[in-house]
Design a protein around this ligand. Structure first.
Ligand SMILES: Cc1ncc(COP(=O)(O)O)c(C=O)c1O
Length: 362
């Protein structure tokens, strides 16, 4: 247990109920921010200290801060959900805390104590409770992150850091949460290589994915599918989501974890729920040419992406330079829908949670 405790300083002048209602009427994703934020400091001599939850404000940063030059930064993403009793709950925040520590280790950042991380999420949700949407697909998205703040231009791990968490009232990630997405297979750009930072949630990975994402957008696609960097054949994941394939015999396949794939918490939850639902689950490499052939020959019936932001999103059409193909009739399939319902029911406390994933906040 860490001895870090958060001093809570409520916003002296939070936005009024009318102002909140106006911005929350149609929040989209990641545009509407709450009144508070979490902050803690690290210095090599003192360790983590000065932990507070306070009014959200701009942060002063020296122009030489290491994060601005060498991108020593990591982040997380998790959601708080409204429950039917008017309370709120978090989904597996301990798993986010653990992944945050792994990301910190890969980026040579001093880890943030996992128990303090979970505590901070609970406190922020309590303080910003008025910002949790009560719509069917709304939630409060929490964005913990850490940045290297030391003012020094040498290339080395910094000696000073800031841990912050901001919160955003969100609706669904994609415009129409009930439709499928079209994805673009990136044949030119890769996302991550063996030995690299693909399994860490660091900003640099996302910066490196943006050219591919722009290409996808230009092709009319919502997301990018990245292939492995060595053979350029095996499907790894999407720009911000893991991926699953459903076969006609009821088998579910997802690429195996490695150091070039983000170890998704939704992915892990889906694997557990699918096994419990009687599906055969395989974590094994799956190549883009096999995907094309399996769709053409009717062996593959569904594919879906999964992640905290978009939960489970069926893939309708896959576009590539050479060839494009549509899965089934291009609509959401029953397996993706069933897994989505199982997951959402646990997240929102509509069903008994046998896994210890659901954490009531208040
Ligand atoms: C690259 C990438 N893969 C997968 C995921 C899904 O991870 P999770 O289910 O933990 O949100 C995310 C989102 O966090 C991501 O950014």
């Amino acid at each position: 247990m860490s001895d870090l405790t958060f001093e809570i300083k409520s916003h002296p002048n939070p936005r009024s109920a009318e102002e909140r209602a106006a911005v929350m009427a149609n929040p989209g994703f990641g545009k509407v921010f709450t009144d508070h934020m979490v902050v803690a400091r690290y210095s090599a001599g003192r360790g983590w200290h000065d932990a507070q939850i306070k009014a959200r404000e701009a942060i002063p940063l020296d122009p030489a801060a290491a994060v601005l030059h060498y991108a020593q930064e990591i982040f997380e993403g998790l959601k708080a959900y409204r429950t039917a009793d008017g309370g709120a709950a978090l989904f597996r925040p301990d798993a986010n805390a653990r992944r945050f520590r792994h990301s910190a280790e890969r980026l040579a950042i001093p880890p943030f104590p996992e128990d303090a991380f979970v505590q901070a999420m609970h406190e922020l949700v309590k303080l910003d409770r008025a910002w949790i949407p009560d719509t069917a697909d709304g939630s409060l998205y929490l964005r913990p992150f850490m940045i290297a703040t030391e003012a020094f231009l040498g290339v080395k791990p910094a000696s000073e850091y800031l841990f912050l968490t901001i919160a955003s009232a969100v609706g669904s990630y994609f415009k129409d949460p009930n439709s499928t997405v079209t994805v673009w297979v990136s044949e030119h750009y890769t996302r991550a290589a063996p030995g690299g930072t693909g399994a860490a949630k660091c900003g640099g990975n996302y910066a490196a994915s943006l050219a591919a994402q722009s290409e996808a957008t230009a092709q009319g696609c919502e997301q990018v599918v990245f292939l492995d960097a060595v053979e350029r054949r095996y499907i790894e994941e999407l720009g911000g989501m893991n991926v699953f394939f459903v076969f006609e015999d009821g088998t579910l396949v997802t690429p195996p974890l490695s150091d070039s794939i983000l170890h998704g918490i939704t992915r892990d939850s889906v694997l557990t729920l699918a096994k419990e639902a009687g599906l055969t689950v395989k974590e094994e490499p799956y190549a883009i040419d096999a995907w094309r052939a399996d769709v053409r020959e009717g062996r593959l019936t569904e594919a879906f992406a999964c992640g905290t932001a978009a939960v489970i999103t069926p893939i309708g059409t896959v576009k590539g330079r050479e060839e494009s193909f549509t899965i089934g009739n291009g609509k959401a399939g029953p397996v993706a829908q069933k897994l989505r319902n199982l997951l959402v029911d646990i997240q929102r406390g509509n069903t008994n949670d046998a896994h210890g994933w659901f954490q009531k906040v208040f």
